[in-house]
Write a protein that binds this ligand. Structure first.
Ligand SMILES: NC(=O)c1ccc[n+]([C@@H]2O[C@H](COP(=O)([O-])OP(=O)(O)OC[C@H]3O[C@@H](n4cnc5c(N)ncnc54)[C@H](OP(=O)(O)O)[C@@H]3O)[C@@H](O)[C@H]2O)c1
Length: 289
């Protein structure tokens, strides 16, 4: 039987509606809408598309956008000044620096310059530290989106073997911590892991986050496993048309897995929904403090 599809797009719509309702209830007391500042530098077309997507989603739920787009040759100091201004700006609850940045910029220093309580992407060391310690805090959006998808589908995580492929600070590492916090037994595989197929075949829950189309084949998946594909890859089909695919051979793996998140329409929309959710959470906390 083909796998159940974990529909991230529909779940993201549901979260947007919840956020719209929450904002409508809070705004009369607070006297302003929540605000998100997305800072982008350079002209990477994929980044520009992601930023447009995020700003469109903000408009849909009633979050004000304070985005700024800097030229490729912008300096570290200019971006640090922009972040400092956003940290001070009382209309802004969330700040996000769109990655990747042009090579001459120090992205880690910039992420660290964001006030932790406005860290909409959950990538500041304070928020990552809180995740590690199991304390409340703003959580990284993509891993939080994966966890919400599992929860929504009532997929049992406690006691299960979860395999995350990829160990980036953006996805793999925080996701491993979130799965551990929900009592999964977690394995993190990476480019130096030996016999990836043996590792992935042990997974009840398999989450590839690598960026390599076709990496996960049907033979690498345990029958009945849940597969949440985080990878996003732009490929050209035989006719030269570009399309997005994940890291998983979707057509083959959906015949083996019990549930699968597709690309597009899986984790991608959930990442944006979690970004909006973090912004609204900061709005509530900042305004209540
Ligand atoms: N859906 C979304 O919203 C969303 C959000 C963020 C990212 N993504 C996508 O997720 C993917 C990963 O993103 P990222 O930022 O985490 O990428 P990244 O920083 O490049 O990390 C990739 C990870 O994959 C590992 N890896 C590379 N080749 C491998 C192989 N053959 N076998 C096993 N592991 C391998 C790397 O191992 P080493 O550490 O050993 O190098 C690294 O840990 C990309 O496709 C990205 O576009 C999607």
């Amino acid at each position: 039987m083909p796998a159940r599809i974990l529909d991230g797009k529909a779940l993201a719509e549901k979260i947007h509606q919840e956020l719209r309702d929450r904002i409508a209830a809070l705004q009369p007391q607070i006297g302003r809408p929540p605000g998100l500042a997305v800072l982008m530098a350079g002209d990477n077309p994929a980044s520009a598309a992601y930023v447009r997507n995020k700003e469109r989603a903000c408009t849909k739920v009633g979050i004000a956008s304070f985005g700024r787009h800097f030229p490729t040759e912008t300096t570290q100091e200019e971006l640090e000044d922009a972040i400092a201004a956003c940290n001070q700006d009382e209309r802004i609850d969330g700040i996000l620096v769109q990655l990747p940045l042009p090579a001459h910029l120090d992205s880690v220093a910039l992420l660290n310059a964001i006030a932790p309580h406005k860290d909409a992407d959950g990538l500041h060391p304070v928020n990552l530290g809180r995740l590690l310690r199991g304390e409340p805090g703003l959580r990284s959006c993509t891993p939080a989106g994966v966890m919400r998808m599992l929860k929504e589908d009532r997929i049992e995580v406690a006691g299960k073997q979860a395999v995350v492929v990829g160990r980036s600070i953006l996805v793999g590492k925080p996701l491993a911590m979130m799965l551990l916090a929900e009592d999964a037994t977690v394995t993190v595989a990476h480019s130096r892991s030996h016999d990836l197929a043996a590792i992935t075949r042990s997974a009840d829950i398999l989450i590839p986050a690598v960026g390599k189309p076709g990496l996960i084949t049907a033979e690498m998946v345990k029958p009945g496993a849940v597969v949440v594909d985080v990878g996003i890859n732009r490929i050209e089909d035989a006719s030269g048309k570009a399309r997005l695919v994940g890291d998983v051979d979707f057509q083959a793996v959906k015949e083996v897995a019990s549930a699968i998140a597709p690309v597009p329409g899986g984790v991608g929309p959930m990442t944006v929904a979690m970004l909006l959710q973090n912004t609204v959470l900061s709005y509530q906390i900042i305004c209540n403090s």
